[in-house]
Write a protein that binds this ligand. Structure first.
Ligand code: SF4
Length: 319
């Protein structure tokens, strides 16, 4: 096919939002036939959803033939965020996470990542995207980078990279490639500043220490539009003491960043609990008093199994 057809095809797929190759009417019949022989549009809508009182929706998509992943739609006053999954299940085994308990079931293709966005009923309302659903995005970096290229390319969906955040547990070997090949924001899941305590929560700490991650981030130097943030799920009696505040301030010293404090959604079979609202605010204020930018992420969708992995586990168990 002639080179210019690539631009035409991208235009149909990402700007005109068609749902069949037949609709690409500026391609010759022969070209459409050629395309149809080997490709399909690849759209497939969610199989079910639940809606919270606060407007948050959680969609279930079928992937990899017989697996399920979750995608969240989170409307707020001035924005509407989609939270996408990058893998079915996850290898990382974080003890507080239901997806971690599912084990790894497979990497999503860039198509399966983008389908969550494009097939979302609220697609047209979306203003922001976070890769914070099921899976560790940097463990499926090739497909995640492909999806980011299509999302941010002027020939693709044309989104500004500043509207997209990719999270990681801190895969030291993959972060440099992510930083080099995309301009999207990075969010690092921290959850404890202490080696031994973090190991208990996140097995990744055994091979990729938070010190290595922070040294790497310091050497990269986040400037301009690009931001780094640290996610911190607060667990009662585990990581919510003044000692933790002091160490967080020490290790993040010199990094222009934000700490997102997240209230924990309980999961079955775990004793971990969230501190109450008052203690959560006190933790944030202690960080603020030390000059850190720290905010509490509002809890959304608590009434619809908001903890990521719960809904798909229920669906999986049905089979
Ligand atoms: S928190 Fe993220 S990285 Fe950890 S097990 Fe769950 S999905 Fe995987």
């Amino acid at each position: 096919m002639p080179g210019f057809a690539a631009r035409q095809i991208a235009d149909w797929l990402y700007k005109k939002e068609i749902s069949s190759i037949e609709e690409m009417t500026n391609l010759s019949k022969k070209m459409r036939e050629l395309l149809s022989n080997d490709y399909e549009i690849g759209l497939s809508g969610p199989v079910s959803f639940s809606e919270s009182k606060d407007g948050t929706k959680k969609y279930l998509y079928r992937v990899l033939t017989d697996k399920f992943i979750e995608t969240a739609y989170i409307p707020e006053d001035d924005r509407a965020t989609i939270c996408v999954s990058s893998q079915a299940g996850c290898k990382m085994g974080c003890v507080f996470c239901m997806t971690g308990k599912q084990g790894f079931q497979g990497n999503l293709s860039s198509n399966e990542i983008l389908n969550q966005f494009r097939s979302l009923p609220e697609f047209k309302q979306l203003t922001n995207m976070v890769f914070m659903g099921m899976g560790e995005p940097l463990d499926n970096l090739t497909e995640v980078l492909k999806s980011l290229e299509i999302l941010t390319g002027e020939w693709g969906y044309g989104w500004s990279p500043s509207r997209i955040t990719v999270s990681t547990v801190g895969m030291v070997k993959k972060i440099p490639e992510f930083l080099e090949k995309s301009r999207c924001h990075l969010a690092v899941s921290l959850h404890s500043p202490f080696d031994e305590e973090r190991k208990q929560l996140m097995p990744i700490q055994k091979t990729n220490t938070v010190k290595e991650v922070i040294d790497l981030i310091k050497s990269y130097g986040f400037t301009g539009q690009r931001r780094v943030s640290f996610e911190y799920i607060l667990f009662k009696g585990i990581n919510d003491s003044p000692r933790h505040v002091k160490e967080l301030v020490r290790i993040l010293n010199g990094i222009r960043c934000r700490i997102n404090i997240i209230r924990f959604h309980s999961i079955p079979g775990s004793d971990l609990r969230s501190p109450d609202v008052k203690a959560t605010i006190a933790f944030r204020e202690a960080l603020n008093a030390k000059g850190m930018i720290a905010t509490i992420r509002s809890s959304r969708g608590v009434d619809i199994n908001a903890a990521c992995g719960l809904l798909s586990t229920l669906e999986q168990n049905k089979g």
